[in-house]
Write a protein that binds this ligand. Structure first.
Ligand code: ZN
Ligand code: ZN
Length: 439
């Protein structure tokens, strides 16, 4: 199968066409056919040797991904064809931390056993994971959105740790990379309106504008001049020194939420007297314990209004374009790079054979996986379009195009849908390009 493989000994990443396809080993294993898999800042740190990952053998990275169940072990609660997202983190359930409910601090699991860091991850066509780390996605969440469950689950944990965050509080979000953007959507969803976003990269600030939250956008020099104070500061920069400066912008009784993961070598000098006198609270946030259901609930509530690749500044890439994805992310040209598995949506080669017919996504039946061979984006393709675009649950034309283009172009008997050949080829192409697809 195709995979983007990291060699921890040589600190090298390569695209491989013949990485072994996983096979069910345990009763509770599931094999996922990966649809979308994100590149996280942590992955960049791993590739640079700044963050621990498996060294004993090369493996596909990728700990933020969504897909469809391809095969299941005997004790699986999942069914083939189900749309899912994966929580890459787990604990041993035996150590003191796990038994105290802190499995993210597990002495043997937790960060030491993360899928995509210590076992094969989602930068591949298929991935095997234990079912305990798999979550079914509701119909309202697309596979595209599903790939953001993991980062949103970290924000959900941060939100819990920082709570109460009272509506009306004056909040500063420092750093507007993807994590800053996810915090911005979260705060807006929860009703927060007195929010300032500080970011030194102007391209990133322009991306924040696309979210249309009305939040004030500033660069750090403006904050320094204004000397304004905030009730809550959410630091998504991942730069230790930022804390040193920003703590001074906290009001009496303020909270500093340290969310961005700094390299272990970063230092910041704080003034203990200031912390004492102003009764400041400093809150560290580490990954996502018990937060996946919450993240799924948020994404369902947010819908396309917030969880939209275009407005979040996310661009998609084929696995073979991994170098462009990493470069664009490093240069800050995109807020996030996500591998979109083009074969998933069109050409299917060497698919392990499945029996029967799977059905998912709006209940539109899908033919046996191994029999589908639909060319990717022939411009004359007919597109299924929901006829009632004004329905509150409608996610709009773009989503339907991206969700349905890969389907064989057979008419659906489901009421409310019809074949719409009136959508011209150029319009389809434009919609795809806006989603950053490699066509
Ligand atoms: Zn991540
Ligand atoms: Zn444990």
């Amino acid at each position: 199968m195709e995979a983007v493989v990291f060699d921890g000994m040589k600190l090298k990443v390569s695209y491989q066409k013949d990485f072994p396809i996983p096979k069910i080993v345990n009763d509770d294993d599931v094999i996922i056919k990966v649809a979308y898999a994100g590149v996280c800042g942590t992955d960049l740190h791993i590739i640079q040797g700044e963050f621990p990952a498996l060294k004993t053998r090369p493996l596909p990275l990728g700990h933020e991904f969504s897909g469809v169940i391809l095969d299941v072990g005997e004790k699986s609660i999942f069914k083939k064809g189900q749309k899912v997202a994966v929580d890459p983190n787990s604990g041993c359930n035996l150590c003191d931390n796990c038994r105290m409910g802190n499995y993210h601090h597990c002495s043997v699991g937790g960060m030491n056993s993360t899928v995509g860091l210590f076992s094969n991850g989602g930068w591949a066509q298929y991935c095997i994971v234990p079912q305990s780390q798999v979550y079914a996605l509701p119909d309202e969440i697309t596979l595209e959105q599903g790939a953001l469950c993991e980062p949103y689950s970290c924000v959900a944990h941060g939100f819990d740790r920082a709570s109460p965050l009272k509506v009306g509080a004056k909040i500063l979000v420092a750093g507007a990379g993807i994590i800053g953007n996810l915090w911005i959507t979260t705060l807006h969803l929860q009703g927060h309106r007195d929010v300032t976003v500080c970011e030194m990269n102007k391209t990133r600030l322009e991306i924040v504008n696309r979210l249309k939250t009305g939040y004030r956008l500033v660069t750090p020099d403006i904050l320094e001049k204004e000397k304004a104070e905030f009730d809550v500061i959410i630091d998504c920069t991942g730069v230790g020194k930022v804390m040193e400066v920003n703590v001074q912008y906290l009001r009496t009784g303020g909270k500093y939420v340290l969310f961005g993961c700094c390299p272990a070598t970063h230092q910041a000098t704080l003034n203990p007297f200031q912390i004492y006198q102003k009764e400041l609270t400093i809150i560290g946030i580490n990954i996502n314990p018990f937060s996946f259901p919450n993240a799924i609930g948020w994404i369902k509530a947010m819908g396309d209004r917030y969880v939209n690749y275009e407005s979040l500044g996310i661009k998609t890439y084929a696995l073979s374009e991994f170098q462009n994805a990493l470069d664009d992310l490093k240069k800050g040209l995109v807020s996030k790079a996500i591998f979109k598995k083009l074969y998933f949506f069109g050409i299917i080669k060497n698919e392990p054979k499945l029996d029967g017919v799977a059905s998912f996504n709006y209940g539109v039946p899908m033919a046996t996986f191994s029999s589908i061979i639909t060319p990717w984006l022939p411009y004359s393709i007919k597109v299924l379009v929901k006829s009632n675009q004004t329905s509150p649950n409608s996610m709009g034309l773009r989503r339907l195009i991206t969700e349905f283009l890969w389907l064989p172009s057979a008419p659906s008997s489901r009421p409310g849908y019809h074949i719409a050949s009136k959508y011209s080829s150029s319009r389809i192409k434009r919609a795809q390009t806006r989603w950053g697809c490699a066509v």
